[in-house]
Design a binder for this molecule. Sequence first.
Ligand code: NAD
Ligand code: GLY
Length: 373
Amino acid sequence: MPLSPPISSPTLPPTTQLRIELADRSYDIQIGCGLLDHPDAVACGARSSEALIVTNTTVAPLYAARLQHALAKHHARVCTIALPDGEAHKDFETLNLIFDRLLGDGFDRKAVVYALGGGVIGDMTGFAAACYMRGVAYVQVPTTLLAQVDSSVGGKTAINHPAGKNMIGAFYQPLRVIADLDTLDTLPDREISAGLAEVIKYGPIADDDFLGWIEQHIDALRARDKAALAHAVRRSCEIKAWVVGQDERESGLRAILNFGHTFGHAIEAGLGFGAWLHGEAVGCGMVMAAELSVRCGLIDATYAARIARLIERAGLPTRGPRLGAARYLELMRIDKKSESGQIRFVLIDAPGQASLHHADDALVAQVIDANTV
Ligand code: NAD
Ligand code: GLY
């Protein structure tokens, strides 16, 4: 087993391909510009006459026709469904609209489903694909920075339950990931910042040099410099591929990808899904988790301050909403990492290294009180 994720060169050719190695579930991630318009770039290799593009009402007018046109070379029938937009719609009702369409239009088990959109569409479409006729093939076509660096890769699919984030779902790997960097041109600034939270995450958990690179390029990333974005997406996917390749179903190592997420999911559920963007909640959650790492004696305060400063420079909130420590603790107990009601946090052990830890409620409450307004 390698000790650290392999490193790529920061100078990037226009299109690059990475591979997630998962035995018979291995697949490629394609990263480049202008991919959506090229039939060869969007080919998924499946021998299927039928495809359904699942997208939402925001992304459909921007990109669905282009993808549909490119896919027409590979499938005799390509249909599109545009779901309502937003985290608040990542639920059973919206999921069922996908099944209604698949069944209503007579899609059989050889159908290929394309998830065109951000993490909400990707997670929901992946889960629909995992369930429909006990599993059909799907392809991730992520169009947000967050989805390109994280959610489209690794096969976690889910919907929310009112009691907790991503509580109903399945591990189900896509056939392929096609990340067209040009789609980031139309993303609102707030969504770029949200995506940067998940990019920053990879530094403290796996690659301290990458954290330094992000610090140097944060303004270029916010300004959507294509070379900077290409490197950020590629390095993030490399690290994620390295982690998922070792621990697909999160029996251990994969949990590090949840740095900041325990606090973050509590913010999202506590305020109601959609009030804060997922990336905003994760960014703020990383500030809290870094401070908890300091209070547990794992890292020094200067490293935590460095992480907090970068999150602030990414345009993300660093203080959580004041829901009260008791409410945070209650929400955090409903977490997939909890064991017998005991919360487990991803904490930083050293720069570029993280693992799961228990922490005293009193210590956690101190962190919450000091970091909420
Ligand atoms: P999102 O899917 O809600 O997309 C953000 C917004 O951007 C939406 O309004 C969307 O319509 C819009 N949008 C998407 N692409 C666009 C484009 N190119 N131009 C203009 N607007 C565009 O949010 P997200 O941040 O992409 O994803 C967050 C979700 O991902 C959360 O539900 C989170 O739980 C999930 N997630 C999953 C994993 C995983 O491993 N499966 C990892 C991280 C996050
Ligand atoms: N985003 C967390 C994971 O994929 O495991």
